[in-house]
Design a protein around this ligand. Structure first.
Ligand SMILES: [Ca+2]
Ligand SMILES: [Ca+2]
Length: 337
């Protein structure tokens, strides 16, 4: 069993506090609007300096439909996926953002009040498990859990009960803000762990292995934090993400490994060695490597039993040179103490 202090915050991480899916929750809020959505603004995906989304007809002086209000979802922009400091690693306080989605600029040309707002997630990265829980708020919170592109649609209703028939879209790109960004996600309510190791270090060797056991370390230049790694998330109840990030890594080779720990912070699903135990569900893991905010490679493998180790890749620095391994072995699991 993992430490209690790990379990307590992660119970939060895995629940609706962060708007994450679990196995009992639908994949997404249904897009119940029957109107034709305006497609994403792909010509201008990141215009943080441009308050007017010029490719969006609703913002370019196209007359609104008579009698309808006008939804204004705001300008497309970039955000960084949440990166935690070592003081709140694993449990990332403030990960949900309430300052990104804002429909308060919506209006009615006839001067009627806007009485209702309805946001939908039109699309999101396939490895995201985030849900919008307060989709009738003017400014709903949303957890940009993984790197990638998110498209939201907003429609509004005026005081006469008429909805805007042409929802307004806003495209948000979640782009890692650190040079080294490795992201693990998976498809089951199981406990997988991301490990990033330096210098051919061994698993659970805290000096050289950053994982849930040892979430940060002083690598590179001693006392210089910019080359230190941190595990920013640990998920024990499923899906991830788990990310390990370094602002500016020191030269060297960083190995990325994924360990199948078990279920909910314990490893008691070894049906292969004890048939009285439940069988560890097969879990398909995806590791994405980002360099300077850009995805440079992606790897997938299905792990089938607790204690399996997937040696994904080495990352050489500088330059994020990829040397794929894609091998499976086994390890003794550690509860860290
Ligand atoms: Ca985990
Ligand atoms: Ca350092």
């Amino acid at each position: 069993m993992r430490l209690a202090y790990v379990l307590a915050p992660l119970a939060l991480f895995g629940c609706s506090e962060f708007g994450l899916e679990d196995q009992h929750r639908p994949n997404d809020l249904p897009d119940t609007d029957t109107q034709t959505d305006i497609p994403p603004d792909t010509s201008d995906p990141v215009d943080t300096s441009d308050p007017v989304d010029t490719s969006d007809p609703q913002d370019t002086g196209v007359p609104p439909v008579a009698g309808e209000p006008v939804a204004v979802a705001g300008a497309d922009r970039e955000v960084s996926p949440p990166i935690c400091t070592t003081t709140n690693a694993i449990f990332c306080l403030g990960a949900e953002r309430q300052d990104i989605l804002n429909g308060t600029a919506s209006y009615d040309p006839a001067g009627l009040t806007i009485d209702e707002y309805k946001w939908t997630v039109a699309s999101k990265p396939p490895d995201s498990h985030s849900l919008m829980l307060q989709n009738t708020n003017k400014q709903p919170t949303f957890f940009f859990d993984v790197a990638g592109t998110y498209d939201f649609a907003l429609t509004v209703k005026n005081h006469a009960g008429v909805w805007d028939s042409t929802p307004d879209h806003i495209v948000i790109i979640a782009k890692p803000s650190r040079d080294f960004y490795v992201q693990l996600t998976w498809n089951q309510a199981t406990d997988l762990d991301l490990h990033v190791l330096r210098n051919n270090g061994a698993l659970y060797d805290n000096a050289n292995d950053v994982s849930y056991c040892h979430q940060d370390a002083d690598w590179g230049v001693p006392s210089n934090a910019t080359d230190n790694p941190s595990l920013d998330w640990d998920s024990i109840s499923g899906y991830g993400p788990e990310t390990t990030t370094i602002q500016t890594p020191a030269a060297g080779t960083y190995a990325v490994k994924v360990v199948y720990y078990g279920l909910d912070g314990n490893n008691e699903c070894r049906h292969d060695v004890d048939t009285t135990l439940v069988d560890c569900p097969d879990s398909t893991a995806t590791v994405k490597v980002f360099y300077d905010g850009v995805e440079i490679d992606s790897f997938t493998h299905t792990l089938t039993e607790s204690s399996q180790v997937w040696y994904v890749t080495d990352i050489g620095w500088p330059g994020a040179a990829i040397t794929e391994h894609d091998t499976i072995s086994t390890t003794a699991l550690s509860s860290c103490f």
